[in-house]
Write a protein that binds this ligand. Structure first.
Ligand code: F0G
Length: 362
């Protein structure tokens, strides 16, 4: 019998930083790369969705958190802290619990999805709602970690990037090479940094001499929400705003690294509107059968925008990471394109009425 052992054990040969650390894992990673036929047809390319919502806490953060918490355990830490728009806090809370550590999370007041809040609380984290945005939360978290005996597990912690780079290894493994283009939502910019590191390392043999996973690197296409697009604008945004609360960030910690990923890969970092994000969100669930949270849909919204601008090469192999599960923030699915609420049709206990309503009869 064999089951996926989590990213640290599966990719130990490419994660030297984790040598000697106790492995704290919920068996994250090993997520499917799903061919997206409708999307492929629409943009005239071969599109895949890397469905990161299928990680243990429902987002890609688990890849980085297994590494960050394992390193914290190695250092003898008893407590961890993070700032979060929701998913990092859910993941930190779960992995801290697994390691027997306490976890404190700082979240922006009123701007985090219910599913994520529930997870942090269910896993016993101490949750503080900060009267400010994510960037303010991160400032407070950094200060706490400097002054007190708590480990910071945001993506400024290099172990987070190490863990998250394994997603690029999985894509290269699944396709037999790197794709031509890789699309991602960009918030604090840790993930685009991690993927680019992963793809660069994937073209090298592993340290024990296992063959390279890829022969080339992809172009990195990152997408911010229009109301929270500091990298696109070239300056921090004081009051970031978007329906995609996951990426509601005005001053990304890995700003420089994201620009490097863009420039070194010959890629782009652009912005998409909330309307485009919600349209892509609906498209992914209604035509591909994959339910993601709004922030995740920024990758697909960006791909569609690039297609409309004639920037998608015919037949290119494209991977869009969809970063978090739709159940994290399900309310958006119950809103129609015009903003009105979906109201289920009520019927009595009667098969004939059901048949008529379903268009099977009369
Ligand atoms: N997608 C989702 C679902 C996220 O939760 C995040 C970030 C991103 C994309 C962007 O990734 O920050 O590495 O550029 N969420 C962080 C959090 C900020 O606190 O959960 P990034």
């Amino acid at each position: 019998a064999h089951q996926w052992r989590g990213v640290i054990r599966e990719y130990a040969d490419r994660l030297p930083m984790l040598d000697g650390a106790p492995v704290i894992t919920l068996h994250e990673g090993g997520t499917p790369l799903i061919p997206a036929e409708k999307l492929s047809e629409r943009v005239g390319a071969e599109v895949f969705l890397k469905f990161e919502g299928l990680n243990p806490t429902g987002s890609f953060k688990d890849r980085g958190m297994t590494a960050a918490i394992s390193m914290a355990a190695k250092a003898g830490a008893k407590a961890v802290v993070c700032a979060s728009t929701g998913n990092t806090s859910a993941s930190a809370a779960a992995y801290a619990t697994k390691a027997g550590m306490t976890c404190a999370v700082l979240v922006p007041d009123g701007k985090i999805a219910m599913g994520k809040l529930s997870q942090a609380i269910a896993h016993g984290a101490t949750l503080l709602q900060v009267d400010g945005n994510f960037d303010d939360c991160l400032t407070v978290a950094r200060k706490l970690a400097e002054a007190y005996p708590v480990e910071l597990v945001n993506s400024v912690n290099p172990a987070r990037i190490e863990g998250q780079k394994t997603a690029a290894f999985e894509v290269a493994d699944a396709l037999g090479d790197a794709p031509d283009i890789h699309c991602l939502p960009v918030g604090n910019a840790g993930n685009i940094t991690a993927y680019w590191k992963g793809y660069r390392e994937a073209v090298e043999p592993s340290r024990s001499g296992a063959p390279a996973l890829a022969t080339r690197t992809p172009r990195m296409w990152g997408f911010q929400a229009e109301g929270a697009a500091p990298i696109v604008l070239g300056h921090p945004v004081d009051d970031p705003d978007t329906v995609a609360t996951a990426i509601r960030i005005g001053n990304p910690a890995s700003w420089k690294q994201a620009e490097a990923a863009r420039d070194e890969s010959g890629g782009v970092i652009d912005k998409v509107s909330d309307e485009q994000i919600l349209e892509a969100h609906r498209l992914i669930s209604s035509s591909e059968g994959v339910f993601v949270e709004p922030g995740s849909a920024a990758s697909v919204a960006g791909l569609l925008q690039q297609h409309e601008r004639g920037e998608v090469p015919a037949g290119a192999r494209i991977v869009c990471t969809v970063t978090g599960h739709g159940l994290k923030d399900p309310a958006w699915a119950l809103k129609l394109a015009d903003g009105s609420e979906v109201v289920p049709t009520q019927i009595p206990v009667d098969a004939m009425t059901a048949a008529v309503e379903l268009g099977l009869e009369g």
